[in-house]
Design a protein around this ligand. Sequence first.
Ligand code: DX5
Ligand code: ZN
Length: 219
Amino acid sequence: MKYILSPSILAADFTELGRQIQATETGGAEYLHFDVMDGVFVPSISFGMPVLASIKNATKQVMDAHLMITEPIRYVEEFVKAGANIVTVHYEACEDVKATIRKIHECGAKAGISICPDTPADVLKDLLEEVEMILVMTVHPGFGGQKLIPETLEKVAEIRQMLDDAGLQRDIQVDGGIYTNNVEMALKAGANVIVAGSAVFKGSPLQNTKEFMEILKRY
Ligand code: DX5
Ligand code: ZN
C-alpha cells in the first residue's frame, strides 16, 4: 500500500499559487488535489478547467480532481483534457454512477467515487471494483478549514473491510479537516491517500508538506 499526500489548492494563496504548488512537490506530495465546486451540489464556487490547464504545466504531480458538481459526466472529458489524471465524482451527484465512471475511463483517467458524511458505505457495494479510488469525505463538502467529523473514520474502516473481503486493492482517500495531529487516526482506519488544504497551505507549504511526509513514511 502506497501512502500519498494530496494537498488541496483550495487553501492556497492564489497570488503565490505556482510557487506554493512547487513547494509541495519539493516536499514530497505526489498528488495535487483540485477542488471543483459549482455552487449547486455544494454551496460554494471555486475554480475550473482553465486553472487546471495552467497549473498542470507548473508541476509533475498527479492532478487529483475532486468534482463537487452536479451531473459531472457533462465535464469529465474537459477536465481530463485540461490535465486531470484522476477524476473523482460524488455518488450523490450522478444520475448514472456507472456510466460516469465508464466515461472517466474512456477519457483515459483513473476514476474515484466520493461519498458525503451522511451517505452510508454500503451504497458503494457494487462500485468498489469499478473505480481506482474511494474518497470518504471527512467534512461536509464545500469549504476548506472545517473540523474533521470523527464518525466518518468508521466508514473508512468499513470500506477497507469491504475491499479486503472482496480481495480488492484500492486507494481510500480522506478529505477535510486533516492535520498532522489527526492524520494517523485516518491512516489507522485504513486511508492511504490524504487530502490536506489548510494544514499544508496555511504557513509554510514546504515545511507542512515535509511534516506530513515524515508521518506517512512511518506507514
Ligand atoms: C472540501 C474539499 C476539501 C477541502 C479540504 O469540500 O473537498 O478538499 O479543500 O480543506 P481542509 O484540508 O482545509 O479541510
Ligand atoms: Zn476535495
